[in-house]
Design a protein around this ligand. Structure first.
Ligand code: SF4
Ligand code: SF4
Length: 168
């Protein structure tokens, strides 16, 4: 088994090589979603994350970071015993889409051991990343096309998905 470091180094290139195929695949799935897609994704997601140790990786926390909803901000600010406005001022900025995101990456809450220091209070987007078990997965093709270059688990899940659904 290659080390996670090597997997992550090669991932953007591997994702680039699959991009056209993946794009075509997601266009097809979006147009005519397989009947049991939610069930299949749940299964593929579970199988992949049984093998993948996010603590060896943390590439999402290192390279992208989540957007923060108002509920996230209130919850995390409460954890730090500060006002939501103070939390926003200290850690967040508004991006070009008007969303509140981290001021920089790697995420300031990520420890050297890849543990999240606010794990129990982390943003919803962190909890749901890479969204491969969400319902109506066919709706997030464009996002997933990006995520396969960041997340080795998402990359493997999409490969398995193409295999399983036989629509390569
Ligand atoms: S969700 Fe994906 S990118 Fe994030 S730590 Fe797990 S495997 Fe790595
Ligand atoms: S809040 Fe935690 S899970 Fe979310 S990006 Fe930061 S370190 Fe990762």
């Amino acid at each position: 088994m290659p080390y996670m470091e090597d997997i992550l180094k090669e991932l953007p290139q591997r994702a680039r090589e699959k991009h056209a195929e993946n794009k075509k695949f997601f266009a097809k799935v979006a147009k005519k979603p397989p009947k049991d897609l939610d069930y299949t994704m749940e299964q593929l997601h579970r199988e992949e994350f049984r093998r993948t140790d996010c603590l060896q990786c943390a590439n999402c926390c290192k390279t992208t970071g989540p957007l923060f909803t108002q509920a996230d901000i209130e919850r995390i600010a409460k954890h730090f015993r500060i006002r939501p406005s103070q939390f926003v001022e200290r850690y967040l900025r508004v991006d070009e889409d008007g969303d509140l995101i981290l001021q920089g990456v790697p995420c300031v809450f990520l420890g050297a051991d890849n543990h999240c220091s606010i794990y129990d209070h982390r943003p919803k987007a962190c909890r749901e990343f890479p969204h491969t078990n969400r319902k109506k997965f066919q709706q997030i093709g464009p996002l997933t096309l990006k995520n396969v270059a960041i997340c080795p688990a998402a990359f493997h899940i999409v490969e398995a998905m193409k295999e399983r659904l036989g629509t390569r």
